[in-house]
Design a protein around this ligand. Sequence first.
Ligand code: AMP
Length: 282
Amino acid sequence: MKTLSSIASVRTWCSTQRGKIVFVPTMGALHAGHLALIRHARSLAGSTGRVAVSIFVNPTQFAPGEDFKKYPRDAKRDASLCREAGVDLLFTPEAAKMYPADASTRIEENLVSQPLCGAQRPGHFSGVCTIVAKLFLILRPDIAVFGEKDWQQLVVLRRMVRDLNFPIRLVGHPIVREADGLALSSRNRYLSSTERAAAPEIFATLKAAKKRVSDGEKNIPALRRFVISRLKKIPNVKLDYAEIVDAESLQPLNKASRAILAVAVKLGKTRLIDNIKLPLRA
Ligand code: AMP
């Protein structure tokens, strides 16, 4: 595995590879969710392609007061996990090189980034689009793999790729969960033992909502009320949102919609997101 931190050296490495480049951008503190994406990237790359992973805690996607400073960083462990997973290139850029002090350009998507997390975290998706666009332009991958845990992120990035004509195929990967249902996240390590014990209730609520739909519930406001009231019973929880929307537009359901239930809660000080597809139409 090649580990590079300079932009120029990554450009050179990528432009001299013959096969496809399959890219997995991350913020590090790698867990089994990231590793599943990397394995999927490995299978998409095949024997001739190359798997590239970036680890960069991107300052521009954190709002003031969020957890940028305390975000978990574990460079050595991450590098050995990448090596074991068969990664060919590990890109670990420096913040000062990615963002010169006078950098004054950002990429903004202005529709699907507005609801859900976008409404709660001003500037977040603009930070995500900016860093992902920069990484795409540096590595010029053929394929990039993103997790469906960050469903809205995937929807926003699909827009960006379409609108800006990036010649890159985005591939989503299903959510990887702990045995008790909690979606894996680098932020799970912030949870106290009591919070960790309560956290599986988030996915249990999503599954219960899906079961209600399978059992015939069609009343979307009633379903949403059920989700909200159950989530609010989790000790020490603050609900950020619980919305049932069209999975592609993130707007209210229409007759042709595939539906998704997306939630964000603060458990103590830790913000957790999760989602589930619902067999439901308007
Ligand atoms: P992050 O390091 O949190 O920015 O995540 C890097 C990539 O891993 C993103 O595409 C995430 O959606 C994805 N990811 C994070 N957690 C999970 C998970 N539990 N299951 C699937 N993908 C995930």
